[in-house]
Design a protein around this ligand. Sequence first.
Ligand code: NA7
Length: 539
Amino acid sequence: TQPTQSTDYDAIVIGAGPVGLYQLHLLRERGLSVRTLEAGSGVGGAWYWNRYPGARLDSESYTYQYFFNQELLDEWSWSEEFVTQPELERYYNFVADKLDLRPSIDFDTRVVSTVFDESTHRWTLATEDGRAYTAKYVVAATGILSVPYTPAIEGLDSFQGRMLHTAVWPHEPQSFDGRRVAVIGTGSTGIQIIQALGPVVGELTVFQRSANWATPLNNSPISAERMAELRAAYPDIRDRTQSTSQCFNIESLTEGALDVSEEERRAHFEKLWNMPGLVFLTHNFADVMINEEANDTVVAYLTEKIKQRVNDPEVARKLIPDHRFGQKRPPLEVGYYEVFNQDNVELVNLGEEAILRVTATGIQTTERHLEFDDIILATGFDALAGSFNKLGIVGSGGVALEDWWSDGPRTYLGLTVHHFPNLFMVGPQGVGGNFPASAKGPVDWITQTIADAESDGVARIEATHSAEQEWVDMINATLQITVLKDAQSWITGHNIPGKVKTNFTAYLMPMFMYKDKLASVRANGYEGFDRQASADAPS
Ligand code: NA7
């Protein structure tokens, strides 16, 4: 039988999340034939998969949207400063419909192999169910937090109750009323689900490997008046989120915590405590992430807050982290600490009482057997390199991405990798933070780079080994000046046994430097790249 549609494209985008949808739209606008391959049955990426109770944005809703299209801005209204997952999923569906993206997306299509052909300079992609696609360009928009991590706990499969992972949550409604529930993991996700389930479950047992510095979300509904004000301010908000260091709507102070008096410091922390969002990270003193003594002042303030909110001093002790503020991404909370004041909630500190195994009816710890109806894994992700390593990417000379990255990610600009021509990614060692805003520059740049390659008759464009090495060296060097250098988080790979590698994963320099670099690479004729015309390209 004849295939009903061509499976050969100019470009394939992998993923229909916030980054992939924008990339699809831009490449299509440039007149390229583009197909998006999406593993899920719908759009939204993280906001399609992470459907657990309480799943919510930690960025202000109106900073997390697309600003490139006036109709999108005019026709969409946000209901809360920080909306929940269903509203975000609706937003991405609204965008997909408005921009007519759906006809260009193949859903339920998981890419398992992505192989470069030296003779044609094209990529062949194979899907889990045996379909094949070819394209000159591939953009992997598979996300830095998208491969769910399930720890290898003995007996996990033997549990006869309901076992759920927050990152692959079922579409059918799940009731927890009156049930005995275990939650393993207290990162941003664990904290959101714990505070959502606290009021409804029969009994809740929280298994905590590391406590976290959670600060108040300070959410509120958005009234019609507030929405009108926000709309009027959209041009400013757009510009700010494109210029602050982590693409949030607010910037750090210029003075250090140690430059001001104790009273002034405390007054600023009190202000942050009552402000909405991730402000302890984004609007704190300038030295908090680079000076341990400055960081200690935040730790002291937040320690006091936890002690004030948790009734039992012993429980409060367990909830006080032993890492520096910001070494793990600080979660935002709404009544999280008060959950532990409920009689039907217990906190198990895994450092003092470890999980030995999961049984048919519950969890056996070093101290006792606990019976559960439900076990919820809020154990996070194989972050950063994880989703790219799963695409089965084999580049020029038969080099596998996973092998090339055996010492951790190696990229040029967080967007391209030596040995992998015509392949782009919004991946590790690139900018992060408020993701749709931080990914805008990279996606615009990828689009222009592909458009220029097309108009210049380029058959293959590939980062040079030396440009990549310089980028990796810069990434590794900048880590050393921040408190992240001895962090134990998904950003360093410490969340997964055996994952820590030599190369660091994130770009920590200011956003403006990244933007300048992208601009100068282009202005200097794609500095750091080999661009080969069809006739010159090796075959
Ligand atoms: P995180 O932040 O990686 O949190 C995962 C949690 O699961 C964290 O508390 C881990 O402890 C815990 N964990 C992981 N493995 C185990 C085992 N084996 N036993 C017990 N506990 C374990 O993932 P999230 O989904 O919460 O958030 C990820 C990001 O998404 C978040 O930072 C935002 O940027 C959005 P650990 O801290 O590693 O000791």
